[in-house]
Design a protein around this ligand. Structure first.
Ligand SMILES: Cc1cc2nc3c(=O)[nH]c(=O)nc-3n(C[C@H](O)[C@H](O)[C@H](O)COP(=O)(O)O)c2cc1C
Length: 394
């Protein structure tokens, strides 16, 4: 009987495969009948493609200059498709969404998604947040191994959840800890490879950005970004662009400006007021990804193309296509569906568009709906950028 055993095992396995095939066939047939090609719902198995060694060229030096605008770190927004879109419209460099160093060290699908990148997504800066130097010590080699070359420390984010853990702008109130973290990062990545995004200080009475700036330069930081408000101010009042100029005078490394840069003209004024090395567009890019090219036009004395419904529809359609190519996951689809109404800001019918977008179930429907942006009429009311702050918890 013994020699017959393997044979019966083989036939059992073959029967199981046939049975499984028989069971799954009706599902495939039903799927084809109800969701013809192009209309099929998401394939959950298409998880984001991770490109571990995609950062290969042109990353030894970062671009700094008035006509080399950056895309700011934007949690929930500055993902691979949006970065790629902004680069197509002239962003010279882009920063990832903030990445938790703890998430990196202890693993997690969410963190992997934030590090999604591709060949043309360069130069790229990975923004990190966390408050424990030991964790940075462990996180940095993981990032360097994967080919990332430039890093930014988030010392500017005032979201309660981030500050509660001592991270983000809370680091401004513990300068020794902030410096220790940067020292750790520079030790791993090398001098010039680490930047710090700061605020003026934690509270109005403790504005330490100048002292910190000098100390960070001494530690080997390659650039500094200043959002000139205190952490306590969140996004209230006006960004004090003059303070960016004070920092630019105090240090020898490039200083980038962030804060209230909603149009290309704002950025040109900020550059002229502060004399800083360059600007970072944040909320301005969310309503107008063409803002990068506009700044280049303004600085060159060229008339910049108007922000028309047609050009915004084109940007929205390109964004959808890039998302389909680079991150075609259900999560990315839902995020983009909620993002698209931003392109219609300043036009009438945005509420109806938002409602219609939310009912879109697949890429074809989303594409058809986004095309409607081209037909919206301009609204006389100015764009309110404050409502974007709910998204970052401020
Ligand atoms: C939705 C949203 C998400 C943000 N996420 C981050 C972030 O991940 N890291 C960071 O340093 N700053 C973050 N910021 C701050 C921006 O990078 C920028 O410094 C700030 O919005 C000021 O620029 P603006 O007034 O031109 O928008 C975020 C801001 C917004 C509105």
């Amino acid at each position: 009987m013994a020699p017959g055993r393997p044979q019966s095992l083989v036939s059992k396995a073959a029967l199981s495969i046939l049975f499984a095939g028989f069971l799954s066939t009706p599902f495939f047939l039903l799927r084809e009948i109800f969701f013809p090609k192009g209309q099929q719902p998401f394939d959950e198995r298409r998880v984001p493609t991770y490109f571990p060694t995609a950062m290969h060229t042109n990353t030894t030096t970062l671009p700094f200059g008035p006509d080399a605008p950056w895309l700011a770190p934007l949690a929930g927004y500055s993902d691979l498709p949006f970065r790629t879109l902004c680069r197509q419209y002239g962003a010279a460099c882009a920063v990832t969404e903030m990445v938790s160093v703890k998430g990196l060290v202890y693993g997690g699908f969410g963190t992997e998604r934030l590090l999604l990148t591709a060949g043309p997504d360069t130069p790229l800066v990975v923004q990190l947040f966390g408050a424990e130097p030991e964790i940075y010590e462990r996180a940095m080699p993981l990032l360097l191994e994967r080919g990332f070359t430039h890093f930014d420390l988030n010392a500017g984010c005032s979201v309660r959840k981030v500050n509660k853990s001592g991270s983000g702008s809370a680091l401004m109130s513990r300068p020794a800890l902030l410096l220790k973290i940067v020292e750790t990062m520079v030790k791993a990545a090398g001098p010039g490879r680490v930047g710090v995004k700061m605020r003026l200080g934690f509270t109005p009475g403790e504005e330490n950005f100048l002292d910190l700036g000098r100390a960070l330069e001494d530690l080997g930081a390659g650039w500094l970004t200043l959002h000139p408000r205190t952490a306590k101010q969140l996004f209230g009042g006006q960004a004090r662009w003059e303070a960016i100029g004070e920092l630019a005078q105090a240090v020898g490394v490039p200083v980038l400006a962030s804060g209230d840069l909603f149009t290309a003209e704002d950025a040109a004024r900020c550059l002229s007021v502060s004399g800083c090395a360059g600007v970072m567009f944040a909320r301005g890019a969310l309503t107008d990804p063409m803002i990068f090219q506009r700044l280049k036009d303004v600085l060159a004395g060229r008339e910049s193309a108007p922000r028309t419904a047609e050009s915004l529809a084109e940007a929205a359609l390109t964004h959808i296509r890039l998302c389909q190519e680079l991150d075609p996951t259900p999560r990315a689809f839902r995020a983009l569906r909620a993002f698209l109404p931003r392109y219609a800001k300043g036009f009438t019918g945005i509420r109806a568009l938002r409602q219609a977008l939310i009912t879109c179930r697949n890429w074809d429907e989303l594409t058809a709906m986004a095309a409607h942006i081209a037909h919206l009429a301009a609204d006389a009311a100015p764009i309110d950028h404050a409502d974007m702050l709910q998204d970052c918890g401020a």
